[in-house]
Design a protein around this ligand. Structure first.
Ligand SMILES: [Zn+2]
Length: 95
């Protein structure tokens, strides 16, 4: 079981299955969203990704169909999902 949360702890998650390979994405929107040279993310199966504190989640659509979900209190990005992608991706730094 993998667990994680945002910086303030208002949004947390548990992953009951396996996490996909870690990808270090350095596209422009990931760099800006994370405020760093790249973001490190891993895909998770939606049915195995159990979120707590959803009421604190908000999202920003950084490109058409790609929503970056973040904690509305502390601003930590908790996961991102493209409309056509089968799996959400979560930043590995939130573990
Ligand atoms: Zn937070």
């Amino acid at each position: 079981m993998i667990t994680g949360s945002c910086l303030c702890g208002s949004v947390s998650y548990k992953i009951s299955g396996k996490v996909g390979e870690i990808v270090h994405c350095h596209c422009k929107t990931c760099r800006k969203a994370h405020g760093s040279a790249f973001s490190s993310v891993a895909a998770v199966t939606e049915s195995e990704f159990h979120l707590e504190g959803r009421k604190h989640l908000n999202y920003f659509e950084s490109s058409k169909g790609k929503k970056r979900y973040f904690c509305s209190i502390c601003g930590t990005q908790v996961y991102a999902k493209k409309d056509e992608a089968p799996h959400p991706k979560k930043p590995v730094g939130t573990q």
